[in-house]
Design a protein around this ligand. Sequence first.
Ligand SMILES: [Mg+2]
Length: 213
Amino acid sequence: MKFKHVIWDWNGTLWDDTWLCVEINNHMLQRRGLPEIDISVYQNKLCFPVDRYYCQLGFDYSKDPYKILAEEFIAEYTDRRYECPLHSGVRELIAELKTRGIPQAVLSAYQHDTLMQAVTHFQLAEFFDDIIGLNDIYAAGKVENGLKYIAGLAVEKADVLFLGDTVHDFEVATAMGVNCALIAHGHNSRPRLEACGVPVFDSLSEGRSFIFG
Ligand SMILES: [Mg+2]
């Protein structure tokens, strides 16, 4: 195998939750009489830190501070999250990497305890050597956690593959000095991912041969 260690993003990469985020954002916009968005607007605007995204939708932070919006989002997300399935082929791919002896980690901007609940819900915890989320719900980003993680890994950076679905995942991989490939079935549009200059695949099955080298 070309890669000896794989790091996964969770939301949007393994978990098919983009559609739910759009629905919840629209409920938040409706409550304030603001125009709704569709999935392409979401994928074109969603960025990290997430507080730089909500202000692009018309939310006024002087009336609704980001903290309040983040709490409103996470309340509905927590209630409804298991309406979201895993993306097609996730379990098989992760199981095959495990069978081939490739260590795998999850590096997520999702709050750590809820990340653990979700990974456990899908009975995937046994496949991951490390599962790393954030300490809060505000999705500021994961560069810091990525740097800490890679510093503790006894593997060459050139042998590590980071798989994500957003420009932020590319930024984190770049900061960590590891390889990156992006899957355009999540929270950012394919043109935004292509602009990063790394391999972009429409699905995990399309990326399979790259992942297995
Ligand atoms: Mg993601």
